[in-house]
Design a protein around this ligand. Sequence first.
Ligand SMILES: [Zn+2]
Length: 75
Amino acid sequence: MTEGNEKSPLEPCPKCGGEVVQAETLAGNTWLLLMKSRSAAALSLGLLRGTPVTARVCLACGYTELYATNPDVLK
Ligand SMILES: [Zn+2]
């Protein structure tokens, strides 16, 4: 598993070629999470494994791509 610590330049916007920056995502007042299934039982037991999502946003046109920070948990 690779950590995303290295600063690699983000690719330009696929729509307009503008500058793209990374941004955090929030759903209401909590992190937006991706998970394999939504299980109330697993949620109450704290067993849910999910991955936060970061966004890459074009500063010119607003085009946004979402990336799971830890997609391995969805395997
Ligand atoms: Zn753009």
